[in-house]
Design a protein around this ligand. Structure first.
Ligand SMILES: [Ca+2]
Length: 307
């Protein structure tokens, strides 16, 4: 956490970007997926990675994955609220941050990193917002009332692991996640259909100036608003980044980093383009943001019966 605070500025370069609350024309199409919906991912071999768009990607290599169950959607606010109610768990963003020499006063208070569109007077994209946590993803005045079906965010790696332990499941490793996201299909450079229509929640328009919201959302979307992939998984691409159990490496990080996958509603073609299954980013495990969530797998549950 300490190092995460110290290098918040790096997020300005490393991540992608949010805008105003969404006016969601597609919400009527969102599927009412059951909280506990999981789908069976049959084992197989796939080509993981691709010729790199970014230095940390690739090279492509053959990887075998055993079958496992996976959440059909990202963990929602309602699900995380049930976990907190049952356990009293307090997320990292709600705890007092470590004192950093020379840290501005606001960074001595519990809070987290929040994206805001830059202005001519303030070009920073990410800032520390006291009070930002899963119940108030962008700080005071941004509560999650009425957003039960929206993916929970402001989740640090330890928070996701705590939820997983309670739920009796696991975070996927990167190979499991990428295999599931690909679902046997060739990777697309951008998640659009043949007519150019967005098939995931990401950023249309020039980042970070303006999200046109062509996909129906300019922020997080409720789970299940976009078609599932061939395995029956929703929102593997876009909406929110998802934690994996795989560790990463980043020279400027003073604390362990983990691989996050899938990109988010902030990923745009002109800037981040990390809405591809092979894309990966190394995130400080002590720092959630308002565009990182997670989903879980179950490797202990028996495969479905083959009748
Ligand atoms: Ca969007």
């Amino acid at each position: 956490m300490r190092a995460a605070l110290a290098i918040l500025a790096c997020l300005l370069l490393a991540a992608c970007g949010e805008a105003d609350p969404p006016d969601p024309p597609r919400r009527s199409a969102c599927k009412g997926l059951a909280d506990d919906a999981m789908v069976w991912i049959p084992g197989g071999t796939f080509t993981m990675g691709e010729d790199p768009d970014y230095p940390e990607e690739g090279p492509p290599r053959e990887v075998a994955v055993k079958g496992f169950w996976m959440d059909a959607h990202e963990v929602t606010n309602a699900q995380f609220a049930a976990f907190v109610k049952a356990t009293g768990y307090v997320t990292l963003a709600e705890r007092a941050p470590p004192a950093l020499p020379g840290a501005p006063p606001e960074m001595l208070q519990p809070g987290s990193a929040v994206f805001r569109a830059p202005t001519p007077d303030d070009r920073a994209w990410w800032r520390w917002v006291p009070g930002a946590q899963w119940r108030y993803p962008a700080g005071a005045g941004t509560d999650i009332a009425g957003q039960d079906r929206v993916p929970v965010v402001q989740i640090a790696y330890a928070d996701a692991q705590a939820y997983a332990a309670w739920a009796g499941k696991q975070l996927p490793d990167e190979a499991q996640w990428e295999y599931a996201a690909r679902a046997g299909a060739p990777a697309l450079p951008e998640p659009v259909d043949g007519e150019g229509k967005p098939q995931a929640n990401y950023w249309q328009g020039a980042f970070p100036a303006k999200d046109l919201g062509t996909d129906g959302f300019t922020g997080r979307a409720p789970v299940g608003c976009f078609a599932a992939n061939a395995f029956g998984l929703h929102d593997m691409i876009g909406n929110v980044w998802e934690w994996t159990a795989t560790s990463g490496s980043r020279a400027d990080a003073g604390e362990p980093v983990g691989v996050i996958k899938g990109g988010s509603f902030l990923c745009a073609a002109n800037y981040c383009a990390r809405y591809r299954p092979a894309a990966r980013q190394f995130q400080e495990r002590g720092l959630g943001t308002d565009h990182i969530g997670f989903r879980l797998i179950d490797t202990k549950r028996a495969p479905p019966r083959q009748d």
